[in-house]
Design a protein around this ligand. Structure first.
Ligand code: THU
Length: 130
């Protein structure tokens, strides 16, 4: 698990930028590309609520928009005792851009659990069906 320390620290730092005035629920994510670069994201809320973008998707879209393809792992940090997992929309996007990768869930108290995107989204729809 020590191999994810830097990724968790990056997600924790990104969480500080969360724009969450409506839920006050702040999330940070950090995505490690196969190139070695790390891309971070925080949740960005909006007054219509429905246009909110989760931390995980912000990190992935940032990386993709920078030309990155191929990712090793993603870390998600929130201030919850029960570790916060990615929502359904994010599971789909993680699967499509990252495949079956470790999804590291952590909180501010140092609790860390390693899941995988494959386990979080069984029987996924993706481009292999198109
Ligand atoms: N949120 C994330 O950014 N990632 C998650 O994994 C769960 C939920 C955000 C969306 C919204 O801004 C707030 O947390 C409450 O749902």
């Amino acid at each position: 698990m020590g191999q994810y320390e830097a990724l968790i620290a990056a997600a924790k730092k990104a969480r500080e930028n969360a724009h969450a005035p409506f839920s006050n629920f702040r999330v940070g994510a950090a995505l490690r590309a196969q190139s070695g670069r790390v891309f971070t994201g925080c949740n960005v809320e909006n007054a219509t609520l429905g246009l909110t973008c989760c931390a995980e998707r912000v990190a992935i879209f940032k990386a993709v928009s920078e030309g990155e393809r191929g990712f090793d792992a993603i870390a998600v940090v929130a201030d919850t005792d029960a570790l916060t997992p990615p929502c359904g929309a994010c599971r789909q996007i993680i699967w499509e851009f990252c495949g079956d990768v470790p999804v590291i869930l952590a909180n501010l108290k140092g609790k860390v659990v390693e899941e995988t995107s494959g386990a979080l989204l069984p029987h996924p729809f993706d481009s292999s069906f198109l």
